[in-house]
Design a protein around this ligand. Structure first.
Ligand SMILES: [Zn+2]
Length: 274
């Protein structure tokens, strides 16, 4: 393509750039309407270029874009009718462009991973609290599917976190204390089992067996016949563990605190019924 010859005007413009620019500014100031119309005309003609420029500007000024978007949304949200309109439009757009929506969501997740994780966690916790039984059933199923792997994971968790990390240790202790407070009978049973094992006692019994023994004595002290309750109930080994008594249920009787500590390590104990 042959190069076009410059017109005299073009030559002048090249030489006097500043003057030309000043003249243009003056013209624009004098004819704002025409200037506007010319701009729009140019944009309509060069739509692709204009869009590309806008895109690049947005990329360069993300803060400004965000502020503008927020301002706009606040305005829209304050008008319920307009807000509903916008939501409907967004929904219809999403229905028409599922792929684009997925892409957008993926990008959002990638760029706000912390926030997304926090949201997910919050949501899970709420769901877990409201669907306790279902959640337990599901987790049991999950474990069952890959039992060995889960056990490996448990062991790893115990070694690296529960046992050694002070934060986790404190957390576990706090949870244990809470559980003990909520399940006093079970907690006492746990302690008793631990002590019996340390004394090297033969045999063992479950909490249910012990409770049935207590029921058999109708919640009364075996020695003084005093009525007992959950707080005053203590477990007495008739043949004491220290004298080689077993931890089987048949060696157990309910006793009040006074009788239990009065009997101490003796095999036989009698107390006058009050
Ligand atoms: Zn008693």
């Amino acid at each position: 393509m042959a190069k076009k010859r410059e017109t005299p005007q073009q030559r002048w413009a090249k030489k006097n750039r500043d003057k030309l620019a000043a003249a243009c500014r003056r013209w624009r100031k004098r004819h704002p309407e025409r200037q506007k119309a010319a701009t729009y005309r140019w944009r309509r003609k060069n739509l692709a270029k204009w869009n590309a420029y806008q895109r690049s500007w947005r990329r360069r000024n993300p803060k400004l874009v965000q502020a503008t978007t927020r301002r706009r949304w606040r305005k829209i949200k304050s008008d319920p009718q307009r807000h509903a309109q916008h939501l409907a439009a967004a929904r219809s757009w999403a229905a028409k462009h599922p792929e684009a929506l997925k892409r957008k969501a993926r990008r959002y997740r990638r760029e706000n991973s912390e926030r997304v994780r926090a949201y997910h966690l919050r949501w899970m916790k709420r769901w877990y609290r409201t669907h306790l039984l279902e959640a337990r059933r599901r987790s049991r199923l999950r474990r069952k599917k890959n039992l060995e792997r889960w056990r490996r994971y448990d062991r790893w968790l115990y070694r690296t976190k529960l046992k050694t990390d002070p934060k986790w240790v404190a957390k576990r202790r706090a949870r244990g204390r809470l559980w003990a407070k909520r399940n006093p009978l079970k907690q006492r049973h746990r302690v008793a089992v631990y002590r019996a094992r340390r004394m090297g006692a033969r045999g063992s019994h479950t909490l249910e067996q012990w409770m049935s023994v207590v029921r058999l004595h109708s919640w009364r002290c075996f020695y003084c016949n005093k009525k007992l309750n959950r707080k005053t109930l203590t477990k007495d080994h008739r043949n004491p563990l220290s004298k080689g008594g077993s931890d089987f249920a048949r060696n157990l009787v309910p006793a009040c605190k006074a009788c239990n500590s009065g009997k101490a390590g003796r095999r036989r104990y009698r107390r006058r019924r009050e």
